[in-house]
Design a binder for this molecule. Structure first.
Ligand code: NAD
Ligand code: UFG
Length: 328
């Protein structure tokens, strides 16, 4: 079975492509390399010993989508392509609405035209806004606090309408906080710019590229006052897509998280311990828009897909560091 993976050169997409190939799916990738590098394709081949078909280009390019659907009988689309930086989305909302919404609309239009019936979408825990209760279940109220999050929520709404009209099979996966990297050290995340997210920032402090981590607030209502999140190993997350594909049918929403909440200081301390490296940090003001704590109830994914995360925080911290050290 051929799977079209949009954004397959990116952080989560590349790990998912590896799992797809390991499970004997054929993979077609479309990626415009706006936030990734072509060498990812070679590394996927090195890890799996298998080939992928790669189209370099934009998902908003309808003629390229025509070419892809004509040249390949696509069984399902897994749609990762999009922009994801929260802060940038506040400064440049139109860039986010255009890329994230148009890509999805054009893809759905072409799937309909070419009779492709199965769609898996990368959504985010950000669609739960500021949850009243924890852990978060799929039926909690939805809201957003930034344009990036709004694109995810709008796309979820579009997908529901498309499901009602066209009876596509649609699975919406809401990721919590993916970290870690492939154990080979060949795939991972290492942004060129100053990172917004915690783990890439910690890694850059550990390697000496950045001086000191700012811990955004220690007066939250959590066990040590710093923000608590549900960090999930990217390989566990990737495997969730295989399970979603195996069970596709109808319209479904699943949280993909571990159910464990770790604070910023838990992460810093575990990272330092397992990698035997110092991470300088200072406590600073809260980051606007941040919430105290966010972690998943992922029992629905276990019940219906037979999926659960298996990798712990120590492995996540080791693999995140290993990737960057090996690729310095
Ligand atoms: P990423 O930036 O590493 O990967 C996205 C890939 O899509 C990149 O390779 C980029 O070049 C490509 N791309 C972007 N726009 C494109 C377009 N119009 N046409 C073709 N290619 C395009 O991001 P990621 O962390 O792998 O995230 C993948 C998806 O998961 C995104 O939709 C993101 O919003 C979602 N998500 C990510 C997180 C996270 O913390 N990483 C959390 C929740 C949801
Ligand atoms: N943090 C710091 N210092 C930093 C960066 C982060 O203290 O330099 C703290 C934050 O305040 C927060 C925690 O570390 O308490 C995690 O922050 P991230 O920026 O890594 O992650 P968020 O939970 O804020 O958001 C991320 C993505 C969102 C996505 C969400 C859930 O950026 O798009 O995970 O998937 F919606």
């Amino acid at each position: 079975m051929k799977i079209l993976v949009t954004g397959g050169c990116g952080y989560i997409g590349s790990h998912t492509v590896v799992e797809l190939l390991n499970n004997n799916y054929e993979v077609v990738i479309i990626d415009n390399l706006s936030n990734s590098k072509k060498e990812v394709i070679d590394n996927i081949k090195r890890i799996t010993g298998k080939d992928v078909t790669f189209y370099e280009g934009n998902v908003q390019d309808k003629s390229l989508l025509d070419k892809i659907f004509k040249e390949n009988k696509i069984y399902a689309v897994i749609h990762f392509a999009g922009f994801k930086a929260v802060g940038e989305s506040v400064r440049e909302p139109l860039k986010y609405y255009e890329n994230n919404l148009d890509s999805t609309l054009y893809l759905l239009e072409k799937m309909k035209e070419y009779g492709c019936k199965n769609f898996i979408f990368s959504s985010s825990a950000t669609v739960y806004g500021k949850p009243d209760k924890l852990p978060i279940k799929e039926d909690f109220p939805l809201s957003t606090t930034n344009p990036y999050g709004t694109t995810k929520l709008m796309i979820e709404g579009i997908l529901k309408d498309v499901y009602n009209a066209d009876k596509l099979n649609i699975t919406i996966l809401r990721y919590f906080n993916p970290i870690g990297a492939h154990e080979s050290g060949l795939l991972g995340e290492n942004p060129n710019d100053i990172p917004n997210n915690l783990m890439p920032y910690i890694v850059k402090v550990a390697t000496g590229e950045l001086e000191c981590l700012s811990v955004f607030g220690n007066d939250y209502d959590t066990h040590d006052g710093t923000g608590v999140r549900d960090y999930i190993h990217v390989v566990d997350l990737a495997k969730g897509h295989i399970k979603a594909l195996e069970h596709i049918g109808g319209l479904h929403y699943y949280n993909l998280g571990t159910g464990n909440g770790y604070s910023v200081l838990d992460i810093v301390n575990t990272f330092s311990k397992v990698n035997n490296v110092k991470v300088n940090y200072k406590i600073t003001d809260r980051r606007p828009g941040d919430i105290d704590a966010c972690y998943a109830d992922s029992s629905l994914a276990f019940k219906e897909l037979g999926w659960k995360a298996t990798k712990g925080l120590e492995e996540m911290c080791k693999d995140s560091y290993n990737y960057v050290i090996k690729n310095k």
